[in-house]
Write a protein that binds this ligand. Sequence first.
Ligand code: TMP
Length: 207
Amino acid sequence: MKGKFITIEGCDGSGKSTQKRLLIEHLRSLNYDVVETREPGGTQEAEKIRELILDKSLTKMSGVTELLLYTASRVEHVNGLIIPSLKSGKHVICDRFIDSTLAYQGYARGLGIKYIQEIFELTTPNCWPDVTIFLNVNPKEAFLRKGGRDENDRVENESFEFHQKVYQGFLELCNIYKDRIINIEADGSKYDTSKLIIQELSDRKII
Ligand code: TMP
């Protein structure tokens, strides 16, 4: 692949959208060709699946169904947008990807990460990100910053305990994937956090 695949991860409210925007502005100022995307979503098919996954009226959806729907939307996204963009030399900046599935479905829903790693490799082979930025903000702080939960989002509406498990899951993933995931202490100002991210990416010769 000629382009780099960069994912941004963190708890709901950790500032991913802001950091994605600041990083993209920086990359474009350096004349990089950048594709901005998100999961679940990113293509028409995947966005349709997103609506289904996050529909708050579906209160009884099982963790396995959730996992398979996130996987289905990812297959559409990877084949329809991510791989073609990387092949044509563009950098892809994606808000959430496989680490969200490992943290939310693997750790917080209790499905385990081995099962999810296998499904990921089977359905979207060779598609691990080149680098992942984890915005380290605990869920309590994240929700305070955000001014509460988004009540229209079924997953975000889960209990505080659930989000605490998601956060612990992300910390475990930082240990497991030390070489790939950059753990960014993201409790400073958005500009300080953005500078940290850019510094780390340039130290690793990603940008
Ligand atoms: P967003 O609000 O960041 O767009 O993400 C939508 C919700 O989906 C968020 O609460 C995290 C959740 N999610 C999972 O549970 N598993 C996944 O694989 C992904 C990509 C997101």
